[in-house]
Design a protein around this ligand. Structure first.
Ligand code: PMV
Length: 326
């Protein structure tokens, strides 16, 4: 058995169609050039020791699911990684003590798929260490199972993107790869405001129940953006993609999931020369994305920073999960 394996996987953003996707409309998501890196060593002890370097938290877990006494915040960070390890060990009927080190460029709880990127890279790294030959399909499936235990109702977008990279179209549970004609220069702006996807989905649901005749057409109109966005993605038509982002943002605002913090970052990005900007993910806080001309990424990032957001300059990544070192 090799002594150390390093694997990595990308984070994601939803480009168009969050919330309307819950009602059967299509959505488009892409992998980011920001990644999570997981290093795995075999350990002679029976424990699974997990060290999340960026958060300064470290704990030993057993090799089977058990109630353990770990402080809540620490458990929230480490449990998904433990669960990812258990999925591989159970799937391959292996007993193996492990030492795991996680380093991530993707902020947590911001709608950027950080937990799926960590789960996917953990599964790939552990799988490679124990020489299990896991296919990407199996890696994605095991990450989905791990996410299900931790998050209850994941859509499957995050684990798919983290495993396969690139761009995907998601509709009614079906995920298909899509072609991108040109790089997408993006700037993400993190409001730093934590939000709960579940609560925001419920918020839209109750608005829809109260104003069915108004809200249903809004959701359908978001759906109408997607075919136009697919064409523009294929042709590499950045100005049209930006315009469609702005329309999508207006409709998300009408659904009640935008906030003042989000709006501030969006207007800062647009004023600094972005083609378009919108919230990404559930809203209520979290992140915005701005599509910019390549030469304006820095200017847009500075504008986001001036408004109190944390800017992340990034682009689409075609690279999914990868064994970096073995
Ligand atoms: O912010 P995230 O990555 O949890 O995305 C939520 C996307 C929603 O459409 C609002 C919910 C969903 O399950 O698709």
């Amino acid at each position: 058995m090799s002594r150390k394996v390093v694997a990595s996987a990308p984070g994601k953003v939803i480009l168009y169609g969050e919330h309307s996707v819950v009602y059967g409309e299509p959505a488009i998501a892409i992998a980011l050039s920001k990644r999570a890196y997981v290093t795995v060593y075999p350990s002679s002890s029976s424990a699974i020791e997990i060290n999340a370097l960026d958060y300064g938290v470290k704990t030993e877990f057993p090799q089977e699911r058990a109630k353990i006494n770990v402080e809540h915040e620490k458990f929230k960070i480490l449990q998904p990684i433990w669960e990812a390890c258990l999925q591989v060990l159970e799937y391959t009927s292996t007993k193996q003590g492990l030492k795991i080190i996680v380093k991530s460029q993707i902020p947590r709880e911001a709608g950027l798929g950080s937990s799926a990127a960590v789960a996917v890279s953990t599964i790939a790294a552990v799988g490679s260490l124990i020489e299990a030959n896991l296919t990407p399909q199996i890696i994605s499936k095991l990450a989905y199972e791990a996410e299900k235990i931790v998050h209850k109702t994941p859509s499957g977008i995050d684990n798919t993107i983290a495993t396969f990279g690139g761009a995907v179209l998601f509709q009614k549970g079906n995920i298909t790869k899509i072609q991108i004609g040109k790089n997408l220069p993006l700037v993400i702006g993190n409001t730093g405001v934590k939000r709960s996807t579940k609560q925001l989905v419920l918020k839209v649901k109750s608005l829809k129940e109260k104003y069915e005749d108004i809200v249903t057409p809004i959701i359908k109109n978001i759906g109408l953006i997607i075919p136009k966005a697919l064409k523009a993605l294929n042709e590499g038509d950045l100005p049209t993609l930006g315009e469609l982002m702005n329309i999508n943002q207006g409709l998300l605002d009408a659904l009640g999931v935008s906030t003042k913090d989000i709006a501030k970052l969006i207007y800062a990005a647009r004023s600094a020369g972005a083609y378009g900007a919108k919230l990404t993910g559930a809203g209520g806080g979290g992140c915005i994305i701005a599509l910019t001309p390549p030469e304006k990424q820095n200017k847009v990032a500075e504008a986001i920073k001036r408004e109190g957001g944390e800017p992340i300059i990034t682009e689409i990544s075609l690279k999914g999960v990868k064994i970096e070192e073995k």
